[in-house]
Write a protein that binds this ligand. Sequence first.
Ligand SMILES: C[S@@+](CC[C@H](N)C(=O)[O-])C[C@H]1O[C@@H](n2cnc3c(N)ncnc32)[C@H](O)[C@@H]1O
Length: 337
Amino acid sequence: MANENLGLQQARRNKRDEFYTQLPDIEREMRHYRKFFRGKTVYCNCDDPFISAFSEYFTKNFEFLGIKKLITTCYRSQEINLFSRNDSEQAIKLEYEGGATNSLPSSSDMGVSVLNGDGDFRSDECIEIMKEADVVVTNPPFSLFGEFVNLLNAHDKKFIIIGHQNALTYTAVFPLLRANRIWLGYGFKRNMAHFIAPHYEDTASDADHKAGMIRVSGVVWYTNVDHNKRHEEMILVRRYHGNEAAYPRYDNYDAVEVSKTQDIPMDYNGAMGVPITFMTKYNPEQFEIVGATESEGTGASAGLWDKSSRVPQAMVNGAKVYKRIFIRNLNPIESDI
Ligand SMILES: C[S@@+](CC[C@H](N)C(=O)[O-])C[C@H]1O[C@@H](n2cnc3c(N)ncnc32)[C@H](O)[C@@H]1O
Protein backbone atom coordinates (compact mmCIF):
# COMPACT_ATOMS: atom_id res chain seq x y z
CA MET A 1 0.00 0.00 0.00
CA ALA A 2 2.79 2.38 0.99
CA ASN A 3 4.55 1.65 -2.31
CA GLU A 4 1.32 2.20 -4.22
CA ASN A 5 0.97 5.61 -2.58
CA LEU A 6 4.55 6.48 -3.45
CA GLY A 7 3.90 5.46 -7.05
CA LEU A 8 0.79 7.65 -7.15
CA GLN A 9 2.67 10.59 -5.65
CA GLN A 10 5.40 10.21 -8.26
CA ALA A 11 2.82 10.01 -11.04
CA ARG A 12 1.14 13.19 -9.77
CA ARG A 13 4.51 14.94 -9.58
CA ASN A 14 5.32 13.84 -13.12
CA LYS A 15 1.94 15.06 -14.30
CA ARG A 16 2.56 18.46 -12.73
CA ASP A 17 5.89 18.64 -14.60
CA GLU A 18 4.34 17.81 -17.95
CA PHE A 19 3.63 21.14 -19.62
CA TYR A 20 5.26 22.84 -22.56
CA THR A 21 6.75 26.25 -23.18
CA GLN A 22 5.36 28.39 -25.98
CA LEU A 23 7.61 29.52 -28.83
CA PRO A 24 6.85 33.28 -28.43
CA ASP A 25 7.98 33.16 -24.78
CA ILE A 26 11.26 31.54 -25.82
CA GLU A 27 11.77 34.04 -28.66
CA ARG A 28 11.12 36.96 -26.31
CA GLU A 29 13.86 35.84 -23.92
CA MET A 30 16.45 34.48 -26.36
CA ARG A 31 16.71 37.70 -28.35
CA HIS A 32 18.68 39.17 -25.47
CA TYR A 33 21.45 36.57 -25.83
CA ARG A 34 21.83 36.57 -29.63
CA LYS A 35 25.56 37.25 -29.75
CA PHE A 36 26.26 34.69 -27.04
CA PHE A 37 25.00 31.75 -29.12
CA ARG A 38 27.51 32.21 -31.97
CA GLY A 39 29.73 29.10 -32.31
CA LYS A 40 28.05 27.35 -29.35
CA THR A 41 26.70 23.82 -28.91
CA VAL A 42 23.23 24.15 -27.40
CA TYR A 43 21.68 21.32 -25.41
CA CYS A 44 17.96 21.08 -24.60
CA ASN A 45 17.95 18.15 -22.18
CA CYS A 46 14.29 17.98 -21.09
CA ASP A 47 12.80 18.29 -24.53
CA ASP A 48 11.08 15.98 -26.91
CA PRO A 49 12.61 16.99 -30.27
CA PHE A 50 9.27 16.55 -32.01
CA ILE A 51 7.24 18.78 -29.73
CA SER A 52 9.61 21.12 -27.89
CA ALA A 53 9.44 24.78 -28.86
CA PHE A 54 13.03 25.11 -27.59
CA SER A 55 14.18 22.59 -30.19
CA GLU A 56 12.04 24.34 -32.80
CA TYR A 57 13.47 27.74 -31.92
CA PHE A 58 17.09 26.63 -32.24
CA THR A 59 16.60 24.67 -35.46
CA LYS A 60 14.72 27.56 -37.08
CA ASN A 61 17.28 30.13 -35.93
CA PHE A 62 20.34 27.93 -36.34
CA GLU A 63 22.03 29.93 -39.11
CA PHE A 64 20.78 33.28 -37.87
CA LEU A 65 22.35 32.71 -34.44
CA GLY A 66 25.45 31.03 -35.87
CA ILE A 67 25.05 27.99 -33.62
CA LYS A 68 27.59 25.20 -34.00
CA LYS A 69 25.34 22.30 -32.98
CA LEU A 70 21.96 21.62 -31.39
CA ILE A 71 21.34 18.53 -29.28
CA THR A 72 17.90 17.73 -27.88
CA THR A 73 17.05 14.77 -25.66
CA CYS A 74 13.85 13.77 -23.92
CA TYR A 75 12.85 11.70 -20.95
CA ARG A 76 10.63 8.67 -21.19
CA SER A 77 9.10 6.92 -18.24
CA GLN A 78 5.92 4.91 -18.11
CA GLU A 79 3.93 7.57 -16.30
CA ILE A 80 5.17 10.33 -18.58
CA ASN A 81 3.86 8.44 -21.59
CA LEU A 82 0.39 8.60 -20.11
CA PHE A 83 0.45 12.38 -20.26
CA SER A 84 2.78 13.18 -23.12
CA ARG A 85 1.65 14.36 -26.50
CA ASN A 86 4.29 12.13 -28.07
CA ASP A 87 3.61 8.42 -28.64
CA SER A 88 7.27 7.45 -28.85
CA GLU A 89 8.04 4.84 -26.21
CA GLN A 90 11.75 5.49 -26.16
CA ALA A 91 13.88 8.38 -25.15
CA ILE A 92 15.40 9.97 -28.22
CA LYS A 93 18.18 12.32 -29.16
CA LEU A 94 18.24 14.83 -31.95
CA GLU A 95 21.49 16.23 -33.32
CA TYR A 96 21.49 19.06 -35.84
CA GLU A 97 24.51 20.78 -37.31
CA GLY A 98 22.79 23.04 -39.79
CA GLY A 99 22.96 22.87 -43.56
CA ALA A 100 19.29 22.13 -44.22
CA THR A 101 18.60 22.60 -47.92
CA ASN A 102 15.30 24.39 -47.27
CA SER A 103 15.06 27.35 -44.95
CA LEU A 104 13.32 25.14 -42.39
CA PRO A 105 15.02 21.82 -41.58
CA SER A 106 12.99 18.66 -42.16
CA SER A 107 13.39 15.53 -40.02
CA SER A 108 15.74 14.06 -42.65
CA ASP A 109 18.11 16.99 -42.07
CA MET A 110 18.38 16.07 -38.41
CA GLY A 111 19.97 13.01 -36.87
CA VAL A 112 17.48 11.34 -34.57
CA SER A 113 18.64 8.31 -32.60
CA VAL A 114 17.35 6.26 -29.69
CA LEU A 115 19.06 6.77 -26.33
CA ASN A 116 20.32 3.73 -24.41
CA GLY A 117 18.61 4.84 -21.21
CA ASP A 118 15.46 6.75 -20.27
CA GLY A 119 16.87 10.23 -21.03
CA ASP A 120 16.96 11.32 -17.38
CA PHE A 121 19.09 14.49 -17.31
CA ARG A 122 20.96 12.93 -14.34
CA SER A 123 21.91 9.77 -16.23
CA ASP A 124 25.56 9.20 -17.22
CA GLU A 125 24.50 9.15 -20.84
CA CYS A 126 22.90 12.61 -20.67
CA ILE A 127 25.68 14.03 -18.51
CA GLU A 128 28.19 12.98 -21.18
CA ILE A 129 26.11 14.83 -23.78
CA MET A 130 25.92 17.84 -21.48
CA LYS A 131 29.71 17.90 -21.17
CA GLU A 132 29.92 18.27 -24.95
CA ALA A 133 27.56 21.28 -24.87
CA ASP A 134 28.43 24.91 -24.14
CA VAL A 135 25.00 25.90 -22.90
CA VAL A 136 21.83 24.20 -21.63
CA VAL A 137 18.57 25.89 -22.57
CA THR A 138 15.27 24.40 -21.43
CA ASN A 139 12.34 24.40 -19.07
CA PRO A 140 13.26 21.55 -16.68
CA PRO A 141 10.80 19.76 -14.40
CA PHE A 142 9.98 22.19 -11.58
CA SER A 143 10.00 19.31 -9.08
CA LEU A 144 13.69 18.62 -9.84
CA PHE A 145 14.80 22.23 -10.23
CA GLY A 146 17.31 22.24 -7.34
CA GLU A 147 18.96 19.06 -8.62
CA PHE A 148 19.02 20.48 -12.12
CA VAL A 149 20.86 23.64 -11.01
CA ASN A 150 23.24 21.58 -8.85
CA LEU A 151 24.21 19.47 -11.83
CA LEU A 152 24.77 22.44 -14.14
CA ASN A 153 26.83 24.14 -11.48
CA ALA A 154 28.90 21.02 -10.75
CA HIS A 155 29.80 20.89 -14.45
CA ASP A 156 30.34 24.63 -14.73
CA LYS A 157 27.81 24.88 -17.57
CA LYS A 158 26.26 28.01 -18.99
CA PHE A 159 22.46 27.87 -18.93
CA ILE A 160 19.26 29.75 -19.65
CA ILE A 161 16.38 27.89 -18.01
CA ILE A 162 12.85 28.47 -16.77
CA GLY A 163 11.97 28.01 -13.12
CA HIS A 164 9.63 29.27 -10.42
CA GLN A 165 10.54 32.31 -8.34
CA ASN A 166 10.06 30.21 -5.20
CA ALA A 167 13.26 28.40 -6.22
CA LEU A 168 15.21 31.64 -5.63
CA THR A 169 15.74 30.70 -2.01
CA TYR A 170 16.42 26.98 -2.56
CA THR A 171 19.68 25.93 -0.94
CA ALA A 172 20.94 24.85 -4.39
CA VAL A 173 20.14 28.26 -5.86
CA PHE A 174 20.38 31.07 -3.31
CA PRO A 175 24.14 30.85 -2.55
CA LEU A 176 24.81 31.11 -6.29
CA LEU A 177 22.56 34.18 -6.57
CA ARG A 178 24.24 35.77 -3.59
CA ALA A 179 27.68 35.14 -5.10
CA ASN A 180 26.52 36.63 -8.44
CA ARG A 181 27.21 33.34 -10.18
CA ILE A 182 23.62 33.10 -11.43
CA TRP A 183 20.85 35.69 -11.88
CA LEU A 184 17.43 36.17 -13.42
CA GLY A 185 16.89 36.72 -17.13
CA TYR A 186 14.59 39.29 -18.71
CA GLY A 187 11.48 37.41 -17.70
CA PHE A 188 7.91 36.79 -18.71
CA LYS A 189 5.26 39.46 -19.01
CA ARG A 190 4.09 40.18 -15.45
CA ASN A 191 6.18 37.20 -14.24
CA MET A 192 3.48 34.88 -15.49
CA ALA A 193 3.40 32.25 -18.23
CA HIS A 194 0.80 30.24 -20.09
CA PHE A 195 2.20 26.77 -20.75
CA ILE A 196 0.67 24.19 -23.08
CA ALA A 197 -0.80 21.51 -20.82
CA PRO A 198 -3.05 19.05 -22.64
CA HIS A 199 -3.93 17.05 -19.51
CA TYR A 200 -4.76 20.06 -17.34
CA GLU A 201 -8.30 20.70 -16.15
CA ASP A 202 -8.61 24.47 -16.25
CA THR A 203 -10.50 26.00 -13.37
CA ALA A 204 -9.37 29.59 -14.07
CA SER A 205 -11.87 32.40 -14.46
CA ASP A 206 -12.96 33.32 -18.00
CA ALA A 207 -10.48 36.18 -18.33
CA ASP A 208 -7.54 33.90 -17.48
CA HIS A 209 -8.74 30.91 -19.41
CA LYS A 210 -6.88 29.68 -22.47
CA ALA A 211 -7.90 26.29 -23.80
CA GLY A 212 -5.24 23.57 -23.37
CA MET A 213 -3.07 25.91 -21.31
CA ILE A 214 -2.10 26.23 -17.69
CA ARG A 215 -1.37 29.68 -16.27
CA VAL A 216 1.53 29.71 -13.82
CA SER A 217 2.42 32.90 -11.99
CA GLY A 218 5.85 33.57 -10.52
CA VAL A 219 7.68 32.05 -13.48
CA VAL A 220 11.14 33.45 -14.26
CA TRP A 221 14.25 32.69 -16.33
CA TYR A 222 17.42 31.72 -14.47
CA THR A 223 20.75 32.14 -16.21
CA ASN A 224 24.48 32.66 -15.84
CA VAL A 225 24.81 34.32 -19.24
CA ASP A 226 25.34 38.06 -18.92
CA HIS A 227 22.72 40.45 -20.33
CA ASN A 228 22.07 44.19 -20.29
CA LYS A 229 19.08 44.27 -17.96
CA ARG A 230 21.06 43.12 -14.95
CA HIS A 231 23.28 46.19 -15.27
CA GLU A 232 20.37 48.64 -15.41
CA GLU A 233 20.15 50.80 -12.32
CA MET A 234 16.86 50.82 -10.49
CA ILE A 235 15.64 54.39 -9.97
CA LEU A 236 15.08 54.91 -6.24
CA VAL A 237 12.62 57.63 -5.29
CA ARG A 238 12.04 57.17 -1.54
CA ARG A 239 14.02 58.30 1.48
CA TYR A 240 14.50 56.49 4.76
CA HIS A 241 15.63 59.51 6.81
CA GLY A 242 12.59 61.49 7.84
CA ASN A 243 10.36 58.49 6.97
CA GLU A 244 11.61 55.96 9.51
CA ALA A 245 8.10 54.84 10.46
CA ALA A 246 7.58 53.49 6.93
CA TYR A 247 10.59 51.17 7.41
CA PRO A 248 10.10 49.36 10.72
CA ARG A 249 12.94 47.32 12.20
CA TYR A 250 12.28 43.60 12.42
CA ASP A 251 11.74 42.15 15.89
CA ASN A 252 14.23 39.35 15.18
CA TYR A 253 16.56 40.52 12.37
CA ASP A 254 19.10 43.33 12.29
CA ALA A 255 17.45 44.96 9.28
CA VAL A 256 14.53 47.18 8.27
CA GLU A 257 11.44 45.97 6.44
CA VAL A 258 10.84 47.24 2.90
CA SER A 259 7.57 45.62 1.92
CA LYS A 260 7.64 46.70 -1.75
CA THR A 261 10.68 46.71 -4.02
CA GLN A 262 9.75 50.12 -5.46
CA ASP A 263 9.96 51.59 -1.93
CA ILE A 264 13.65 50.76 -1.42
CA PRO A 265 15.09 54.00 -0.01
CA MET A 266 18.03 55.74 -1.67
CA ASP A 267 19.63 56.81 1.62
CA TYR A 268 19.74 53.74 3.88
CA ASN A 269 23.06 51.98 4.19
CA GLY A 270 22.16 49.06 6.45
CA ALA A 271 20.51 45.71 5.69
CA MET A 272 16.98 45.84 4.25
CA GLY A 273 14.51 42.97 3.93
CA VAL A 274 12.77 42.92 0.53
CA PRO A 275 10.31 40.55 -1.20
CA ILE A 276 11.92 37.84 -3.35
CA THR A 277 10.52 39.55 -6.48
CA PHE A 278 13.25 42.17 -5.92
CA MET A 279 15.52 39.76 -7.79
CA THR A 280 13.91 40.76 -11.10
CA LYS A 281 15.37 44.27 -10.53
CA TYR A 282 18.69 43.23 -9.00
CA ASN A 283 21.80 44.93 -10.34
CA PRO A 284 25.02 43.72 -8.65
CA GLU A 285 26.67 47.14 -9.09
CA GLN A 286 23.83 48.79 -7.17
CA PHE A 287 23.01 46.27 -4.44
CA GLU A 288 24.64 43.50 -2.48
CA ILE A 289 22.64 40.41 -1.49
CA VAL A 290 23.41 39.82 2.16
CA GLY A 291 21.21 36.80 2.88
CA ALA A 292 17.69 35.52 3.30
CA THR A 293 15.44 34.75 6.25
CA GLU A 294 16.45 31.67 8.23
CA SER A 295 13.14 30.07 7.17
CA GLU A 296 14.99 29.48 3.87
CA GLY A 297 17.80 27.52 5.54
CA THR A 298 19.91 27.65 8.67
CA GLY A 299 22.56 30.34 8.36
CA ALA A 300 20.86 31.94 5.33
CA SER A 301 20.69 35.35 7.02
CA ALA A 302 24.48 35.63 7.40
CA GLY A 303 24.22 36.59 11.06
CA LEU A 304 21.31 39.08 10.82
CA TRP A 305 18.97 36.79 12.78
CA ASP A 306 18.53 37.18 16.52
CA LYS A 307 18.54 33.48 17.41
CA SER A 308 16.98 34.12 20.80
CA SER A 309 13.65 34.84 19.03
CA ARG A 310 13.62 31.21 17.74
CA VAL A 311 11.27 32.32 14.97
CA PRO A 312 12.99 31.93 11.58
CA GLN A 313 10.46 34.07 9.67
CA ALA A 314 10.95 37.83 9.79
CA MET A 315 8.60 39.49 12.30
CA VAL A 316 7.42 43.08 12.56
CA ASN A 317 5.66 44.03 15.79
CA GLY A 318 4.90 40.39 16.52
CA ALA A 319 3.49 39.64 13.04
CA LYS A 320 5.26 37.32 10.57
CA VAL A 321 5.99 38.67 7.11
CA TYR A 322 6.39 36.59 3.94
CA LYS A 323 9.88 35.35 3.09
CA ARG A 324 12.48 38.04 2.62
CA ILE A 325 15.86 38.53 0.99
CA PHE A 326 18.24 40.90 2.75
CA ILE A 327 20.09 43.43 0.62
CA ARG A 328 22.31 46.46 1.08
CA ASN A 329 22.51 49.49 -1.16
CA LEU A 330 26.13 49.74 -2.33
CA ASN A 331 25.93 53.46 -3.11
CA PRO A 332 23.42 55.09 -0.75
CA ILE A 333 23.18 58.85 -1.06
CA GLU A 334 24.20 60.96 1.94
CA SER A 335 21.23 61.88 4.04
CA ASP A 336 20.64 65.62 4.35
CA ILE A 337 18.50 65.21 7.49
C1 LIG B 1 8.04 21.67 -17.52
S1 LIG B 1 8.18 20.40 -18.73
C2 LIG B 1 8.91 21.30 -20.04
C3 LIG B 1 9.06 20.55 -21.31
C4 LIG B 1 9.92 21.27 -22.33
N1 LIG B 1 11.25 21.49 -21.82
C5 LIG B 1 9.27 22.58 -22.68
O1 LIG B 1 9.72 23.60 -22.17
O2 LIG B 1 8.30 22.59 -23.44
C6 LIG B 1 9.50 19.45 -18.04
C7 LIG B 1 9.85 18.25 -18.89
O3 LIG B 1 10.91 17.53 -18.25
C8 LIG B 1 10.69 16.16 -18.46
N2 LIG B 1 11.35 15.43 -17.37
C9 LIG B 1 10.83 15.00 -16.20
N3 LIG B 1 11.76 14.38 -15.47
C10 LIG B 1 12.89 14.41 -16.20
C11 LIG B 1 14.19 13.93 -15.99
N4 LIG B 1 14.50 13.29 -14.87
N5 LIG B 1 15.12 14.12 -16.96
C12 LIG B 1 14.82 14.78 -18.10
N6 LIG B 1 13.60 15.28 -18.35
C13 LIG B 1 12.64 15.09 -17.42
C14 LIG B 1 9.20 15.98 -18.45
O4 LIG B 1 8.86 14.85 -19.21
C15 LIG B 1 8.72 17.29 -19.08
O5 LIG B 1 8.47 17.13 -20.45
